[in-house]
Design a protein around this ligand. Structure first.
Ligand SMILES: Cc1cc2nc3c(=O)[nH]c(=O)nc-3n(C[C@H](O)[C@H](O)[C@H](O)COP(=O)(O)OP(=O)(O)OC[C@H]3O[C@@H](n4cnc5c(N)ncnc54)[C@H](O)[C@@H]3O)c2cc1C
Length: 469
């Protein structure tokens, strides 16, 4: 965690200058307007800010960042406020929201690229791409609110990473306001550009510490019309890995455990058991291909091979869009279904794909050694080796006692992931929640280099000062 000097709270005069720079409608200090931006999805952080900045153009973002640099005023950028590690929640900094910068600036089907402002939601990006008969493949459960700026700043992953990669692979160019208020006009649409350091890649995953992303050019793909979705019942996640070797048509390969399905059926209205009989594990698999009927045929073939090999216990293939949505809802609600169950230790780990079963076995032994009746819910992007490994307090048990063991439990679980060659944060980033923990595992030489880069761009540490190294 950063323990060096922090900027002082902004003076009343600085706040007035910021308001003047943006004019009426460009700022707010109305508590009702601020309230939803000061709490996050898990209700884990409650923030404060003296002022919400609402710029409408890149020039306005540059003007306020310049002013903040001059007055050493700290800034927290915020997009859709769906981040899960606290990085978008201000603790006294001015809050800079991109919510008024949502335009699709251009979309060129020939280039397979679109230029969109940072405040546009992922759902809006999907819609714009589809209108041009193209697809933007990144997909996650928060896509109605998560914004392009947030997705870039957290290098978001989601359910199609095994085929298309994370945001790092999907961004062709970035426009950003750097911490001194200068504008990096990097909205290239090139597939190849090998001209030394790539500033765009520094900004991707920077969690708002190296500047404010104001727009991006995104890579588009052909729209694959043939899609097939199934949920498969299995005895172990190892069996699911055997299925993962099923070729390039796989777009999603998502794990759910028995307890996660139980909780979804219990706590999510409309959620139903996917299969007639209960299974210890489930995989939701989606195939996507270009030719009509091809994905359905490929999926049937793979399932038949799985049955013959005795790996697949049972499976349901969605017969229409409604059924496909219902199967996806079961997966996407794995996290929401835990909310009413009390205190949970949450983890977002990655290990090499083949090590997932070992990770789950070892982590479960470690968690139960601390809280014997804890309820483990392991789910997530099995095809990427990214497991959301959650440990819920015992049913009807003592939430405070479980919370008191969180740090010790998470430490043990992170140690197991790292010992298997893994990461303690696969896709959510570090924010304020995991920075100190990440420092335990990063090599000193790497940390020193990263700090030097940050200090060079932002010597007074005004950008998201409590986040990252
Ligand atoms: C139900 C649910 C499911 C999720 N599923 C996934 C998943 O499958 N995969 C995944 O990767 N994530 C997932 N997330 C996490 C979250 O949706 C992503 O991290 C997302 O990218 C955050 O986007 P946002 O616009 O909400 O950013 P915010 O939450 O507003 O901000 C996140 C970080 O980015 C910074 N930031 C935001 N905008 C800018 C900008 N314009 N310039 C500079 N910095 C900026 C903030 O300061 C903060 O550090 C999920 C979240 C929820 C609630």
């Amino acid at each position: 965690m950063y323990t060096g000097p922090m900027t002082a709270p902004p003076s009343p005069e600085t706040l007035e200058r910021l308001k003047t720079a943006l004019g009426p409608g460009g700022w707010s200090d109305d508590p009702d307007r601020l309230a939803p931006k000061l709490v996050e999805w898990r209700d884990r952080w409650q923030g404060t800010t003296p002022l919400l900045l609402l710029p409408r153009t890149t020039a306005e973002v540059a003007a306020v960042v310049r002013l903040c640099a001059e007055t050493r005023t700290a800034i927290t950028p915020q997009g859709g406020n769906t981040g899960l590690v606290g990085g978008q929640i201000p603790q006294g900094e001015v809050l800079l929201s991109l919510e008024r910068m949502r335009a699709v600036r251009s979309l060129d089907p020939l280039d397979d690229a679109m230029v969109v402002e940072a405040g546009a939601t992922l759902a809006a990006v999907h819609e714009a791409a589809l209108e041009a008969d193209r697809a933007f493949p990144l997909s996650l459960a928060s896509e109605g609110s998560a914004t392009v700026g947030g997705l870039i700043s957290t290098n978001a992953g989601g359910t199609a990473v095994l085929r298309y990669g994370t945001m790092r692979a999907l961004v062709l160019g970035v426009e950003a306001v750097l911490p001194d208020g200068s504008v990096f006009e990097g909205l290239k649409r090139l597939r190849k550009d090998n001209t030394g350091y790539d500033l765009k890649q520094f900004l991707i995953g920077a969690e708002g510490t190296l500047g404010v992303v104001t727009a991006a050019s995104l890579k588009l793909f052909p729209r694959l019309r043939s899609r097939a979705v199934a949920v498969v019942g299995l005895d172990s996640p190892g069996d699911a890995l055997a299925q993962a070797a099923s070729g390039g048509a796989v777009e999603a390969f998502e794990l759910m455990g028995r307890r996660g399905v139980d909780l979804a059926v219990k706590n999510i209205p409309g959620a139903r058991e996917p299969l007639a009989e209960a299974h210890p594990w489930y995989v939701l698999v989606e195939f996507a291909m270009g030719q009509a009927g091809a994905a359905e045929a490929a999926l049937e073939r793979v399932l038949a091979t799985g049955f013959d090999a005795g790996l697949v216990g049972d499976a349901v293939v969605a017969q229409n869009q409604v059924q496909a949505h219902a199967l996806w809802a079961l997966r996407e609600n794995q996290s929401a279904a835990q909310k009413p169950e009390g205190v949970t230790w949450k983890h977002d780990i990655a290990v090499p794909v083949g090590a997932v079963p070992t990770f789950i076995d070892r982590a479960t032994a470690a968690a139960l050694a601390l809280t014997p009746d804890a309820r483990v819910v392991a789910f997530g992007h099995l095809g990427d080796g990214n497991i959301h490994y959650d440990v819920i307090q015992p049913e009807g048990g003592d939430g405070a006692a479980h919370a008191a063991l969180r740090d010790q439990g998470s430490r043990a679980i992170h140690d197991i992931a790292v010992a298997l060659g893994g990461s303690i944060s696969a896709e959510h980033g570090l924010g304020t929640m995991k920075t100190a923990e990440a420092l335990r595992y990063k090599a000193p030489a790497e940390v020193a280099a990263l700090r030097a880069i940050r200090a060079a761009l932002d010597p007074n540490r005004i950008m998201n000062p409590r986040v990252l190294f």
